[in-house]
Structure formats: structure tokens, C-alpha cells
Design a protein around this ligand. Sequence first.
Ligand code: ARG
Length: 461
Amino acid sequence: ASNAMWGGRFASGPAAVMEAINASIGFDRKLYAQDIRGSLAHAEMLAATGIISTADQDKIAHGLNTILKEIESGAFAFSTALEDIHMNVEARLAELIGPAAGRLHTARSRNDQVAVDFRLWVKDELFRVAEALKGLIAVFLTRAEEHAATVMPGFTHMQSAQPVTFGHHCMAYVEMFSRDLSRVRDAIQRMDESPLGAAALAGTGFPIDRHRTAKALGFREPTRNSLDSVSDRDFALEFLSIAAISATHLSRLAEEIVIWSTPQFGFVKLSDSFSTGSSIMPQKKNPDAAELVRAKTGRVNGHLIGLLTVMKGLPLTYSKDMQEDKEAVFDAAETLDLMLAAMTGMVGDMTVDADAMKKAAGSGHSTATDLADWLVRRLNLPFREAHHVTGRAVALAEARKTTLAKLPLEELQAIHPGITADVFSVLSVQKSVNSRKSFGGTAPAEVRRQVRYWKKRLAKG
Ligand code: ARG
């Protein structure tokens, strides 16, 4: 049989494989609530502008609400032959209310319908992501406050660089996830325009009121160009970009947790609820959740590249290619939600071993820069010369298999006669960290100040 929606010009129905490649109901059924909301707003506007009767609008609204209940209770029979969520809903509406159902699609196309449904969905998802990010940031703020003075090694090239505090390290992630949060808010602002009423691509001759539907659906205003309205998928790309950047932040953190939780580092212990054992090696406690956060980033990043690639060759306006936008976004959203939840749990639950961190902080001559700075401050050496003198002290400590702080004063004086016992006051990791009071530096007082700043800023919403 030919299609009920456009059977007028078709003598026969689609091949089975045509139906299989064409149908999106398997995934776009996720848009059912947005689709029904959009149709309710559209029908209300059609009646308010006199395009359909209020009697028909009543029937349509009643039927749509019934369908919503059917879908939510699991009673709704989705059909692949009906292609997508839009036609599934409309066909059921016709069964429920008869000919009035045929009036709902006046001054509308599936092109603006899908654009509005999908925007509504992505906007809702961004609000969910914002809440999840705020939850993760709150956990980091708590941990940063607890560990504002806990010394750990800071790394560059994964080599010991200078001592920092674990609180400061946590606050670095607060900065990253806060930028993600601000990207979410910016994107919501930009996508807060309703494409409904653009119709197929050119607008419509019916006297519709797009401001009315925009407002009813919670958008700031209608989009301004009908061609752009049905072909724009930037909002989906922007969501995927935000998701990819945030996932990348989560993945770097996950990688650090994997490293920190090795017995060789021993900086953190994951809780039993966020680790797994081995079926053969009884001693093992594996950071699977962190590894999966790291791995799932590949999926999220892939979806961004996938949709960019789908869109890049499309002439205006709608092409069926655009139907491929949904699985990418749905999977990225589901994956990101899970990653954020897992990371929030892991970071909140993990035990920090301050002693192990402090011990490691002193290794690798991590206070060498403090020695060089001391030479500059006390002996007025140019920094480059101080660097050279310090390098010799480090080489000596290496040769003696000891640390800078444990070198005898006479040996240091053999390298530079101006060195006095006062130098030892800067060689401990705690002193090193305490001294770095510059704005944004790692000194505990500065870390606590940054925690207060973010708490206040986040409380403002
Ligand atoms: N299922 C389609 C999509 O997701 C809906 C729009 C179809 N429009 C069309 N002209 N074929 O993009």
C-alpha cells in the first residue's frame, strides 16, 4: 500500500529496505514529548488566528494529550511504516479524532516541526548538563577546601616540577568545569529561538503568529529566516562541541585518577562503590569507572566529528541527511550525563592520602626553583645565573643520592660562596607552597580565597 501521508501521487509503497533506511522512529521517538508540546502550541495558535476552528483545536488537543498518556504508559504502538515520531503521532491522532486531525498540519511542515522538537530537546538536555556540572563543581569545592594545604607534586611533562597543593589542583578543575557551564549557558541563549512556522522552507501564506508559538514553547523569540530555520543544526553541533570539550576535561581527570590510584603513586584510594576487583588477582582494585570515563570521551568526540561531517556538504535547506543528527546527540547526551555522574561520585568518595602526596612532592628536586629564587632575592644573582648554580646543586644531590634540603651547607657553599644556612628555609615543600601567594598561585591562603570566590559566584546562580 502507498503511504497514507503522501499516497496521492504514489502508486505503490516503499521497498522494505527503503523503509529500513528511511525510518527514524527507532530513535526519534525520544522526541515524543517535545513533538506533542509543539503540536499543542501550533494548534492553539491556528485557532487563535482563526485558521482552524476552536472545536477542531479542542479535538486535536484532547487527542494529543491522550497520545501523550499512551506513549508514557507504554500502550502506544510505534510503526516503522510511519517513518518517524511526527507521522506516528499524527496517524494516531487521525484514528482518535477523525478528520480534524488532518487540520493540525496546516501552515506547518515536518521540516520546521523536527527543528522545533529537536531544539526543545537539546535545550532541556543543556539544563540537565548545567545541573550535573554544578554538582561536580560543588564536590571539587569541598575537596579543595579540605585539601587547601595538602602538598602534592605538580607536574609538567609528567615529571616532578614544583610542589602544589591538592586543593589547588582541584580548583583547576573547578575553573574548567565552570567554563563548560558558561558554554552551556551561552549555547542556551543562542538556541532560544523557535523555528516553528518556517513551514517547509519559505514560510506560509496563512496568517500564523510565530511570536505566539515561540512564547508558548518557552523560546525568547521566533527565528528570523525561514530557510535558516529548517536547515540550521548549529544548536546540535554546539551541544556536541560543549559535550566534547567537557568530556575531554573529564577524560584528563580520569587519566589522573588512574595514575593517582596506582600502588606506585598511591595518592588516592577509590571507594569500593567506584572500583572493581579482578576475577583472578585477589589483590586488585581497578579504577574501571575512571577508565570508562576516559574511553567514552572517544564516543562523544566522534559524534561531534560525525555530525560536522554530515552537515558540511548540505546545500540549503532541508535534506534527509539531517535526520542523522539525532542519534549522535542522543548518544552523546546519555554518555555525558553518565560520565558526569560517575565522576562526581568518584571524586566525592575517594580517599586522599596526604602523606603519600607530601612524600612524593619532595622527590625529583621539586624545590630547585625555590633555591634559584632565593639566590636571586638574597644574593641578587641574575635569574639565569641562579638557574645555573642551582643546576649544579641538583647534579650534586643526584650524585650523592640525596635531596637538595639534605646537602651539607659547605658543599652548597663550594658551588656558590654566598649561600648561607637561610637557604634551607625555602627548600621544604611546605615552605615552597606557602610562598606562592601570587594571584591564582598555589599557596593555601590563595586556594582558600579562590574557593570562597567560586562559592559566592555559584550561589548567584
Ligand atoms: N524524520 C525527519 C528528520 O528527522 C523529519 C523531517 C522530515 N522532513 C522531510 N521533508 N522528509 O529529519
